[in-house]
Design a protein around this ligand. Structure first.
Ligand code: ZN
Length: 107
């Protein structure tokens, strides 16, 4: 199980905790750019934790790519964009489980 992920050159530690302080008892996951942390609630199925992790990674990609700053200047809600992207990304990963494995030379 991965304990960190690098997004846009920034390493984030992935912590799976009870949904207390960091998650304010109302989020299943959150990304904190200033703390270099992605918190996930461990109060749900591991497959759902992975889905939430994909969502938080998309938040990071949107932030690090500059898309988030574009969205802030528009009427488009970042959460909606992240939700749409993370849903299709999660389904892509499920439909193509071995897509990236063994292709390190391509990357
Ligand atoms: Zn979100």
């Amino acid at each position: 199980m991965r304990t960190n992920v690098i997004i846009g050159g920034q390493t984030f530690i992935i912590e799976r905790n009870s949904p207390s302080e960091e998650l304010s008892n109302k989020y299943d996951g959150r990304i904190f750019y200033d703390k270099n942390k992605i918190y996930l609630s461990n109060n749900c199925e591991i497959s759902y934790q992975d889905e939430v992790l994909a969502h938080e990674i998309i938040h990071g990609l949107v932030e690090k790519s500059g898309v988030a700053s574009i969205l802030k200047k528009s009427d488009v809600n970042e959460e909606l964009v992240v939700e749409l992207l993370s849903n299709i990304f999660w389904n892509f990963l499920k439909d193509n489980t071995d897509f990236f494995i063994g292709n390190k030379e391509v990357l």
